[in-house]
Design a protein around this ligand. Structure first.
Ligand code: NI
Length: 163
């Protein structure tokens, strides 16, 4: 896949033929395994100035799941809805909040992911082809949204596996 196509549909190239629903299904356990392997000290340590700790990254992944949850349902339920881009950095201002713990991020992500997979598993071929419009990316199908979410998982899982 060309760089240009990868840019138009970010992260999809990371799937390299894997079923996105299967990737989505395996990520909660993979993230929990990383947290258990690293331990609390490493999880809470920032690798450098301005870089997220693993805990903060898990908060980001949980926040993205909130966004995917809405985008999936928006596209499933309306004809070619307009998707709203979001910027991760303003949301990250909250990650110093005392309730933004590693465990809350993981459990929130896992619950939302379970609910999103419950929806995704019902998709017919016609559902998968439903269209949405992203102002920066262009037209996307419902299945592209699933693929982008799975590719985003892999993007972060690859980095975490190197820690
Ligand atoms: Ni991300």
């Amino acid at each position: 896949m060309s760089e240009e196509t990868a840019h138009e549909r970010p992260y999809i190239h990371l799937l390299a033929g894997q079923d996105p629903a299967e990737v989505l299904c395996t990520t909660p356990a993979a993230l929990r395994a990383v947290v258990e392997r690293l331990g609390a000290d490493a999880v809470n340590t920032r690798p450098g100035p301005g870089k997220w700790s693993v805990r903060e990254l898990l908060c980001h992944i949980a926040d993205c799941e909130v966004a995917w949850a809405w985008r999936l349902r928006q596209t499933y339920g309306a004809d070619k809805p307009l998707l709203q881009p979001f910027d991760q950095d303003p949301w990250a201002r909250a990650y110093d909040g005392v309730q933004y713990t590693t465990e809350t991020a993981l459990s929130t992500f896992t619950a939302l992911r379970t609910w999103n997979l419950a929806l995704i598993e019902t998709f017919s071929e016609a559902d998968k082809a439903r269209l949405a419009n992203h102002p920066e990316i262009g037209d996307l199908s419902l299945w592209h949204i699933v693929e982008i979410a799975a590719g985003h998982d892999l993007h972060h899982r690859k980095a975490l596996d190197k820690l």
